[in-house]
Design a protein around this ligand. Sequence first.
Ligand SMILES: C[S@@+](CC[C@H](N)C(=O)[O-])C[C@H]1O[C@@H](n2cnc3c(N)ncnc32)[C@H](O)[C@@H]1O
Length: 140
Amino acid sequence: MVLDIGAGPGGLLGRLAARRPDLSLTGLDLSPDMVALAQRSATAPAIRFEVADVAALPRPDHSADVIVSTLSAHEWPEPDRAAAELTRVLRPGGRLLIYDFRFARLRELTGALAERCDVQRRALHPLSLFTCLSAPVGCL
Ligand SMILES: C[S@@+](CC[C@H](N)C(=O)[O-])C[C@H]1O[C@@H](n2cnc3c(N)ncnc32)[C@H](O)[C@@H]1O
C-alpha cells in the first residue's frame, strides 16, 4: 500500500500505476476540489483518492508500506502532528519520502520526524530547487 499525502490532481500516482500496476495506491488531500479533480483524471481504476488531513490520517497503525508526498509539506500547519501521523501509519521497515522546495521551511517537520525515526534531509542536486526528507520508519 502506497499513500501519497497532498496528492493534488494525482499525477504522481498515475505515473506509478503505469509502472507498477500491482501496487495499491491511494492519494489523500485536504481539498475536496482536488480530490474530485484527481478522481476525474485518474488513469487507472486501482487508484483511490480521499479527502484527509495529514494531521489525522484515516488509516490504521502500520498499514502503509510507503508514504510519499511532493510539494505539500510546506503547507502543513502542524508539523508535529503530521510527523506523528506519518510514523504511526507506516509499517515498521516502511519508507517515508517527502519532497518539497529546497527553501521551504521544513525545520519543524524534520525535527519532529527526527524524534521518531532516522530522517535524512538532502538536496537532490547541489543546485536543485527541491529537497527530500527520507526516513526508514520502524526505529521508534
Ligand atoms: C502544491 S500542491 C501539490 C500537489 C501534488 N503533490 C504535486 O506534486 O503536484 C499541495 C497539495 O497539498 C494539499 N495539502 C495542503 N495541506 C494539506 C494537509 N494538511 N493534508 C493533506 N493535504 C494537504 C493541498 O490541498 C494541495 O493539493
